[in-house]
Design a protein around this ligand. Sequence first.
Ligand SMILES: [Zn+2]
Length: 169
Amino acid sequence: MTDQPCPYCMIVQGQLPTNKIYEDSNFIAALEIRPANPGHVILFPKEHFKSILDMPANLAEEFLGLSARIAKSISKVSEGVTIIHSSGEATSNVLEHLVTNIIPRFSGDNLTFAWNPKQIDEEQMKKLAESISGAIESPEEKTPEVKEIQDEEGPSYEELEKQLPQRNS
Ligand SMILES: [Zn+2]
């Protein structure tokens, strides 16, 4: 850690007061002190991870799953939810401790999360889809068995029908 104490680590250590709404062995969720809207929740790991990219895959999945669960609870008292967090050097995330913002939305709340759409040609889109898709890692523990789609000839429809129990009627 740097010389400056991390405010989120201080919350974890009980050195900063906060309005907690959720806590488990890995994460804390609390009301943001300077909310974008009333009910704005921040969710962060107890361990000082700088970004989701530094987290073990299992923990990152837990983190995002929990974000979704909290978003659902917020949606009960709002008209929508925006979930934001950024990771990596090129982002505006200047905080040293990974935080997800879960913001309740109300019609006419005038919040903007805007960007100017970029023009990307079809060829480049294809390449992007391929390279990102090829880099998706499987979960560490419960690796799903992905079946390869093959053009094999299976049993004919008639053969399958013979195996079905005969109807009496
Ligand atoms: Zn920290």
